[in-house]
Write a protein that binds this ligand. Structure first.
Ligand SMILES: Cc1cc2nc3c(=O)[nH]c(=O)nc-3n(C[C@H](O)[C@H](O)[C@H](O)COP(=O)(O)OP(=O)(O)OC[C@H]3O[C@@H](n4cnc5c(N)ncnc54)[C@H](O)[C@@H]3O)c2cc1C
Length: 400
């Protein structure tokens, strides 16, 4: 029950961090991962789109830009080394009409600044060479984008970490911290642990873990559910087709994704999740809803984007409205072509002024590091995030 380092959260960020710590530190440090569920990668990591992002969208020099590019390259090497099925199939980002061209060009410039390899600008005719059913006026083909199953990646991190002496403990929900000078006592719902150092990677619960530890994070997590439809007529999509995203929001717009299991998914949208870890339209938690409503940042966010929120809710309820968005990219799609599918919930860190935090946030305090924001592309970037956090731990905790 006594460890040098305890990592909280068995999602891809916690497991990549544990994996990188084991790679860097000598065996004298004991490391454990505590995960509250009975399986690993059960939340965001197991409910995402499975896209290995290129890094084209993110502000140059941000953590998201740098760690996505580095993390993608490391991930592809890792997947090759450990035979994890993946496919660097490329994607197109498509301007549906002339009004979208300026922002498409901004994305292209960002891609150049972020040194994304394999970018090609396409005209309307050239789009058809990549995606015969897609209609647009201009596009970027991003050759280095790919697909993978991130749950399989996270499980491989855990497997290697365990094989090297790390300990992964499931069904251990962290409920309390007691900070002492030399160590922290961690109470879970079943046991008590002590750790000299803590690294909290709690995803949808990360703000609560930080508050429990005694930090005063400025941001709060708000869950946004992303719902998918499955494409029945899979021939209509060869690989990945994305629209030009709305620059006001951190999501990429409903898109078509060929998954590594051969299915094609359409989505995800983004609606407020009344339950942070709830995956159906009716999932509801008083605690999660009240926490969001009591936070002024969330109230400001909803006031500012009220009509957008209403439209998103409508698109969540109406298959026809969802289809209409998809027809913006593939006009020949019919209502019979799509079936309701699964959903995931994104953890978005919202600032008190109602803006959504744009970058990854890693906060150090005393003997702990808290990951306060790890939205997309954190799965792609996981090895680079784990590398950054473990370097931070070595420095701040003076580990050797
Ligand atoms: C719909 C959707 C689509 C996405 N698409 C992509 C994509 O295509 N490509 C990409 O790179 N990224 C994508 N992302 C983002 C990516 O999935 C996340 O950024 C990443 O999975 C975050 O990993 P995490 O470990 O921080 O969080 P999680 O995977 O949520 O893991 C956090 C873990 O902490 C555990 N935990 C929480 N509280 C406690 C506690 N008190 N005690 C013990 N354990 C606790 C949870 O049970 C959970 O297992 C997507 C996300 C969503 C939701």
């Amino acid at each position: 029950m006594n460890y040098d380092i305890i990592v909280i959260g068995g999602g891809i960020v916690g497991l990549a961090t544990a994996y990188q710590l084991k790679e860097k530190l000598s065996d004298k440090y004991t490391i454990a991962v505590l995960e509250k569920e009975n399986t690993l990668a059960n939340h965001q990591t197991g409910h995402n789109s499975g896209v290995i992002h290129s890094g084209i969208y993110y502000k140059p020099n941000s953590y998201r830009a740098k760690l996505c590019v580095q993390g993608r390259r490391d991930l592809v090497q890792f997947a090759k080394k450990y035979n994890i099925p993946h496919d660097i199939c490329g994607k197109v980002i498509v301007a549906r009409d002339k009004s979208e061209i300026p922002y498409l060009e901004t994305i292209y410039q960002r891609g150049i600044e972020n040194q994304i390899e394999g970018l090609t600008l396409l005209n309307g005719e050239q789009i058809k060479e990549y995606e015969p059913h897609c209609v647009g006026v201009k596009a970027i083909h991003v050759a280095c984008t790919g697909i993978i199953n991130f749950k399989a990646v996270a499980e491989k991190y855990a497997e290697i970490f365990s094989a090297k002496g790390g300990v992964v403990l499931l069904n251990e929900k962290v409920k309390n911290f007691e900070r002492k000078t030399e160590h922290t006592i961690i109470d879970t719902d079943k046991n008590t642990y002590t750790a000299k150092y803590i690294i909290a990677c709690g995803g949808l619960q990360s703000d609560r873990l930080a508050l429990l530890y005694g930090l005063k994070p400025l941001t709060r997590i708000v869950g946004f559910r992303g719902e998918y439809y499955e494409l029945v007529n899979k021939e209509k999509v060869k690989n990945l087709i994305y629209p030009v995203p709305n620059p006001k929001f951190p999501w990429l717009g409903v898109h078509f994704t060929r998954m590594i299991n051969g299915e094609v998914e359409c989505g995800p949208n983004a609606v407020f999740a009344f339950k942070r870890e709830g995956y159906t339209k009716t999932a509801f938690s008083w605690k999660d809803t009240l926490d969001a409503l009591q936070f002024k940042g969330f109230r400001k966010l909803t006031t500012k984007h009220f009509s957008y929120g209403v439209k998103e809710q409508w698109r969540s309820l109406s298959k026809k409205a969802f289809l209409k968005s998809l027809q913006g990219l593939i006009p020949s799609l019919t209502i019979q072509d799509i079936h309701p599918g699964r959903a995931g919930v994104r953890a978005l860190a919202v600032n008190p002024d109602g803006t959504i935090a744009d970058d990854f946030i890693f906060e150090h305090a005393d003997n702990a590091i808290h990951v306060l924001n790890a939205p997309s592309p954190a799965a792609t970037a996981s090895l680079a995030i784990g590398d950054t956090i473990s370097q931070m731990a070595i420095e701040k905790f003076t580990l050797v």
